[in-house]
Design a protein around this ligand. Structure first.
Ligand SMILES: [Zn+2]
Length: 66
């Protein structure tokens, strides 16, 4: 069970010394990170936090040929 998420590299200086500043940024799907290298905050999309529920399968091309 991987609990600790890997720190994303800084998009500005590509530094690895990033710290999670806030779990929720402007949007609920964004995490605010802080780069200790260039001291700039940046937001990262929480792509692998929780898997979104799949939409109810819409009826695809159903051949209704009686
Ligand atoms: Zn940086």
């Amino acid at each position: 069970m991987g609990g600790v998420a890997p720190s994303p590299p800084c998009p500005f200086c590509n530094g690895r010394r990033t710290e999670l500043a806030s779990t929720f940024g402007s949007h609920a799907s964004l995490s605010t990170w802080w780069c200790a290298e260039c001291r700039s905050p940046f937001e990262v999309l929480r792509w692998q936090e929780t898997t979104s529920p799949v939409d109810p399968g819409q009826p695809s091309n159903k051949s209704t040929s009686a």
